[in-house]
Design a protein around this ligand. Structure first.
Ligand code: ZN
Length: 229
């Protein structure tokens, strides 16, 4: 069943809750590494907070018709992360919480007919504004795991994990790579590619971790697919 706007808004709220709860760090906690190579938890928290503000720009665009890109430039995006990670721990956590709340308020106030407004993502894709809650739910849910403070893919809603796997499989199908057969209880995907399909079998949470480059191939040894989000 295709995901709906209400699904994505629910996942976004659940992911935000998990993320903010996991991010009650002091200075030393924020300085520790996240699961993302080269990034401390502070880098990651600043990235997620800046992402909320960037997506709020798209909601503003949809609400007013005035084109407001996510980031003014790639340099501005990086500068925001650098500024944020240098904040005192309590201020960084506040920014994470308040930026998420502001995005939620903007989203809640958007009139139904406005969700179809075309907006442009940071990757240059033109999508209806209704994709914004989905983009946000991916960020908060997956990065809640990346904070490396106890949240795992198994803590995420299973319908979110299904939508996440479908999203990655659709993207991966467009790029060359090894053929994969993905199997989880109640779910199966075929990823076209080179060679005999490699069977990757496990729980839905394991497949989602694997497909997003966050875990080894469950079951059979399989080629790594690299990071994605
Ligand atoms: Zn991200």
């Amino acid at each position: 069943m295709p995901r709906t706007l209400d699904d994505a808004r629910r996942w976004s709220r659940i992911g935000t809750e998990l993320l903010v709860k996991a991010a009650q760090f002091d200075e030393a906690g924020y300085a520790a590494p996240s699961l993302l190579p080269g990034w401390s938890r502070a880098h990651l928290a600043a990235h997620v907070a800046a992402n909320a503000e960037a997506l709020a720009n798209l909601v503003h665009w949809a609400a007013t018709g005035e084109p407001t890109p996510m980031y003014a430039s790639p340099e501005e995006r990086l500068a925001g992360i650098e500024r944020g990670r240098a904040l005192p721990a309590a201020e960084l956590t506040d920014w994470l919480r308040e930026s998420a709340a502001a995005l939620e308020r903007g989203t809640a106030a958007l009139g139904e007919e406005r969700w179809r407004t075309p907006v442009v993502t940071a990757q240059g894709r033109t999508v209806p504004a209704a994709e914004v809650p989905w983009l946000r739910s991916r960020e908060v849910c997956v990065h809640a795991v990346d904070l490396a403070n106890g949240v795992t893919f198994a803590d995420l809603p299973s319908d979110f994990l299904t939508a996440l796997c479908e999203d990655v499989v659709a993207k991966r199908s467009a790029v060359p790579g090894p053929a994969l057969s993905l199997r989880a209880p109640g779910a199966a995907w075929e990823l076209p590619g080179t060679g005999e399909p490699v069977l990757v079998e496990g729980e839905l949470a394991d497949l989602a971790a694997y497909l997003t480059g966050r875990g080894d191939g469950p079951g059979a040894p399989a080629p790594t697919l690299g990071t994605w989000l």
